[in-house]
Design a protein around this ligand. Structure first.
Ligand code: SF4
Length: 427
């Protein structure tokens, strides 16, 4: 464990889930009890806004602002939807958070619910997370029995119920508007706002959608205050801590809770233990499969939303996927594009037709069948992918564009020599 303050992981155990009693002993449900007894919903929204808590699902939208978007005179009922549909390659922090300390998420949902006067919360969870879904259902029951959820929470006038909804299992169900369609048993195609979910969301009622990690931060912000939360970050542009999920060729892959703004080098070399087997670092995707590759030149960049944005990168979900110098980036990008092509919902042409075409061109390059004109075609396709209905296709374009601009020699080498020099069969 690092020397940095552990906020979201303070109750994390190596071998089991933190119990309700342990959660309460560590101050759990104090924020909710105080909020429903002594503070009004607006005060909760303002505290979250002042804390500069940005959405941890990838978009980085201020969570306080999202809650404030629900108008005072908006109709009832109102809903909180927790996005636990964590399906992007390399991303696993939400699963770890739920398994470590499930009541943190439940309290965060109740606080978000109180902030917009919602009475129901839905956890939308991917079907592969069945054990997490069962844990949540069991702990919801225990929290209700203890008066922390359900009717008249902590003797106040506020009631809040949480249900767990298992996704049918498509990546696009994690996209906000598609998720609401899925919850209403409709085909999960994204919809272009307006109307926004905070106005007409689930069942056409005001709905706020938040990621697991964002909701888990809320009890700590409300209990300790916005200034405390902001001070956890190492950079003035960051706030709070972040769960960085490191995977790939490192000695200690896993989830690390570190201050927002920690340098990328420290994440990889200190906390994840550096590269395995004496391998050399080549590149990494800093925030999941829909971000650009970062190279050695970026290792000292601060990992927070604004610092990375200023350099043309995205923090995304904080899923750091590390590649060594023996890894073929054409093959790695092909792998990602195959995923996105398979998961396209098929609603718009650039994505439905474009991604399989990109996949085929990359497959041919990787397998020694590439032609020089493929590079121009891929560049053109990466531009078309931005003219799509939702963020899936632009997300898929990010590693592709990065491959073509940051590692052009690797693509050209495949085409010129008609083989992949990283493949074990290459002579
Ligand atoms: S970009 Fe892809 S996933 Fe998104 S709406 Fe278009 S076809 Fe569907």
């Amino acid at each position: 464990m690092s020397d940095y303050p552990q906020v979201l992981f303070r109750n994390r155990k190596p071998d089991r889930i933190a119990t309700l009693a342990e959660y309460r002993q560590s101050g759990g449900y104090e924020a909710l009890a105080d909020a429903v007894r002594n503070r009004n919903p607006k005060a909760i929204q303002e505290e979250l806004l002042a804390a500069q808590l940005l959405g941890r699902g990838g978009a980085g939208f201020p969570s306080g602002k999202k809650l404030m978007t629900v108008a005072d005179d908006a109709p009832f009922p109102r809903y909180i939807v927790c996005n636990a549909d964590e399906m992007e390659p390399g991303t696993f922090k939400d699963r770890v958070l739920i398994h470590a300390d499930p009541h943190q998420l439940l309290e965060g949902m109740a606080l978000a619910g109180y902030a917009i006067s919602a009475s129901v919360g839905v956890i939308f969870i991917r079907p592969e997370y069945e054990s997490a879904a069962r844990i949540l259902e069991r702990e919801i029951g225990l929290a209700m029995g203890a008066g922390c959820l359900g009717k008249r929470i902590f003797g106040s006038g506020f009631s809040f119920d949480i249900v767990v909804h298992r996704s049918a299992g498509r990546y696009i169900c994690g996209e906000g508007t598609a998720q609401l369609n899925a919850l209403q048993a409709r085909r999960p195609n994204p919809k272009l706002p307006p109307p926004y979910a905070t106005e007409k969301g689930l069942w056409n009622q005001p709905t706020v959608q938040q990621n697991v990690e964002t909701l888990c931060c809320m009890p700590h912000v409300i209990r300790n205050g916005a200034a405390w939360f902001k001070a956890l970050a190492l950079t003035p542009t960051g706030a709070g801590t972040k769960i960085y999920g490191v995977s790939g060729k490192v000695r200690r892959p896993g989830c690390y809770e570190l201050p927002m703004g920690v340098p990328l080098r420290e994440i990889i070399e200190v906390h994840a233990g550096g590269m395995i087997d004496g391998l050399r670092f080549k590149t990494c995707l800093p925030g999941g499969a829909s971000t650009r590759f970062m190279t050695e030149a970026h290792l000292d960049l601060a990992m927070d939303f604004e610092s990375l944005k200023a350099k043309g990168h995205r923090l995304g979900t904080g899923a750091v996927m590390v590649f060594d110098e023996q890894t073929c980036l054409v093959g790695a990008t092909l792998n990602l594009i195959e995923f996105f092509a398979r998961e396209s919902c098929g609603w718009c042409t650039p994505c439905r037709e474009g991604l399989p075409y990109v996949r085929d061109l990359l497959w041919r390059i990787e397998n020694g069948l590439g032609e020089p004109w493929f590079v121009g075609a891929l560049q053109q396709m990466s531009k078309h992918l931005w003219h799509s209905y939702c963020a899936l296709a632009p997300g898929a374009a990010s590693p592709l564009e990065s491959l073509l601009t940051d590692f052009p020699e690797e693509v050209e080498d495949h085409i010129r020599h008609k083989r992949c020099r990283f493949s074990s069969s290459a002579g």
